[in-house]
Design a protein around this ligand. Sequence first.
Ligand SMILES: O=C(O)C(=O)C[C@]1(C(=O)O)C=C[C@@H](O)C=C1
Length: 434
Amino acid sequence: MHALSRSTPTGNLRLSSFVRMRRSSGPSRAVWCVYRSESVHFPNGIGTSRADWQSSCAVLNASSKPPSHQDQPAEVHGGGADHVDAVNVHQAAIDLNLNLVPIDSSKSSSPAVPQPPKPLTITDLSPAPMHGSQLRVAYQGVPGAYSEAAAGKAYPNCEAIPCDQFEVAFQAVELWIADRAVLPVENSLGGSIHRNYDLLLRHRLHIVGEVQLPVHHCLLALPGTRMEYLSRVTSHPQALSQCEHTLTKLCPQAAREAVDDTAGAAEYIAVNNLRDTAAIASAKAAELYGLQVLADGIQDDSSNVTRFVMLAREPIIPRTDRPFKTSIVFAHERGTSVLFKVLSAFAFRNISLTKIESRPHRNRPIRLVDDAYEGTAKHFEYMFYVDFEASLAEVRAQNALAEVQEFTSFLRVLGSYPMDMTPWSPPPRGEPEI
Ligand SMILES: O=C(O)C(=O)C[C@]1(C(=O)O)C=C[C@@H](O)C=C1
């Protein structure tokens, strides 16, 4: 299967213009976002006041409210981990075409009399997926990538759609080519996958779940290749960094080369018959591309794990009957000075933070602070990403966010979603099996 790509000239063109069309037709109705700073411009930002944010919370609280056509699904997929509901294209077509069905007068017995629109029946309103019942899940990489395994863990029996870049996976969901995207955000050894943090902010998708995947790396090469003759080891930069120490012990002579994904590196060796190159990838990639496993479990820590988030066009309704996590991103005009106040809003309510990440504020990367005597100080500006252990349906979480909003000029809820509670038993520590 080919990965969805941005690089096809026509495909790329069509993708971008469709994105523009959709955006110009109005903001998404399900964006939880607050702006107070006029200088921060995000084209799709809605909710310019505290009242907007509070009304978003009210919507979230209203889980007992009977579903309205506006905020309820026409498409329901079975077997997913997030139970997100989304309005599908079919439903949109019904919405748009109610009075626009062209009347073919040649087939009518009385051509002069226009046919009234057919009344909607219960079957028009029932779920009617355009593409069968399988959930389509976009991931970055080619078959055999860890992201594909994460997609399978998040949504068993899904149709996994390979994409050549993270950006393409986001667009695949926005353009209804896929129903979800599953993307890595952090690894226990390699740290955060910054690109995806940036893309979360640039796109309007919602985090609807998370999965943690133990990552067990193998060193793969063409059958018959000897470790001591390797001149190159190639893989995804995260995989290279997760195996750095072990690689230095195993094949110190080999140069490292970063490529887009682990399985793609394995495929490249097989396709080009490279006898001096090995790839760091999964055992599944070895099987798919006919490579031999030279060394197994080469990650520097045996409990290596990557956290992935699942993204959808619509948020899920947060609940309180199981552990939830909420992810937010915020910024402030006066930089990091409010960070302590923001974090205390959670501390006072006994809400644990599970992650904090800062990224450059792309719209305002630097703030100049004039001092009449000393000159001009330059401070870097940041966006702060915080994950906390509470559901947005909990009053304490809503109050904490109301307080955070007091201290920030920009606040967006990226999602409130069930925590991955899969029992975790790290393998015994020790040397990798070689
Ligand atoms: O290249 C892959 O196989 C991926 O799925 C990407 C990725 C990542 O981006 O972190 C996912 C899990 C591992 O941490 C290594 C690589």
